[in-house]
Design a protein around this ligand. Sequence first.
Ligand SMILES: Cc1cc2nc3c(=O)[nH]c(=O)nc-3n(C[C@H](O)[C@H](O)[C@H](O)COP(=O)(O)OP(=O)(O)OC[C@H]3O[C@@H](n4cnc5c(N)ncnc54)[C@H](O)[C@@H]3O)c2cc1C
Length: 383
Amino acid sequence: MSDALPASIGTVVIGAGVVGACVAGFLADEGQDVLVVDEGCGAGSSANAGSLHVQMQSRFMRLYPENVPNMELQLPLYPKAVAFWRELASSLNADFDLKMTGGLMVAESQDQLDFLGVKARRERQLGLDVEILDRARLDAIAPYFGPSIVGAELCANEGKLNPLLCNAAIRSWILARGVVLAEGVRVEGIARSGTGFAVTTTRGTVTAGRVVLAAGSGTRLLAAGMEPAITIPAVAEPLHMNITEATAPLIGHLVQHADRMITLKQFGTGQIVIGGGWPARQDAPGGHAEVELASLIANASLAQHIVPSIGNLRIIRTWAGLNTSVDGMGVLGAVPAIPGLFVAIPGDAGYTLGPLSARLVADVMLGRKPGEDISPFRPERFE
Ligand SMILES: Cc1cc2nc3c(=O)[nH]c(=O)nc-3n(C[C@H](O)[C@H](O)[C@H](O)COP(=O)(O)OP(=O)(O)OC[C@H]3O[C@@H](n4cnc5c(N)ncnc54)[C@H](O)[C@@H]3O)c2cc1C
């Protein structure tokens, strides 16, 4: 798009990922004028794999044990976030290929099963619907696993959706509501101006009454450049993904592993999406993610080890994207030191949490009490 940006607007949202787009949509639904700016083209959390996560991901527990208390604080939001995706599909009258088939975290040893047992006990205390299955019970609902799997944790309200369908429907919704979407435009700085802001972009300056930082890991630099500087320690995590050709229905659940990096799920269109946290490269700090051959091979081999019949399928596409990691939970709400500034970073499994996080921030901006207590996620907790 090469159109000039509006000189002045009520709200500028920086970032057209799932969160920024939904914040814009919820504000525009109530008659607010909103500009969404994204440096990417075809922006919209497009690297996403479509897993609807609820149970704590073993990968994050292993990599960031210091974040587990924060992950537990945000845990009750996950089943609500999955339910909110269903509400969004229904309110947009859109087909997201959303299926709540449950999620299985598999174990290959007694140690891993014991780890899942402890995790499930804690998650039940925190309100999740989880149970441990031995191999016989697992086979009854998921007869596709290889011989090394000894059992699994089943989380009833996990699921999956097709992010390509979701992103397209969200884009249509916000454009129909009159949101101005500027892609290929980078925000370079935000200065306070009168009672509002002057947002400097690669396509000129826009003045706005309010600014929402929904820029994922890009939020850190934007917040640090403000006066006063705001600390949001969001970091980019480049991740690799693979997808196979389509096949007959094989894997109903969202599948993860107790001790290894894997997620597996099958879209309604038959392709199996394989991911789970294998690293990609970042071409430069703040730059793009690039696929990593070693991750492609290791990720695909592990998938075949867990579900042997995947070995018959060809991988038709690989891609890489930037995840955002903070401290195990989201950063949501107003920045008290700078009236009119808001932050919207969803937390781990941020696509799952995206629309609900956006709803909560939009409610604050609309002067309403949000439907969930967002005080643990307040932006000023890093100061
Ligand atoms: C490969 C991969 C697979 C994933 N799979 C899943 C999954 O299956 N389930 C799940 O729940 N989560 C998943 N995630 C995580 C999820 O995608 C993110 O948490 C989610 O996209 C966060 O949404 P967001 O809108 O906050 O940020 P993003 O989607 O990161 O969007 C932020 C946007 O801000 C823009 N931006 C940044 N800085 C600037 C700037 N200065 N000016 C203009 N624009 C800027 C970026 O271009 C970007 O489009 C995955 C992540 C990756 C990388």
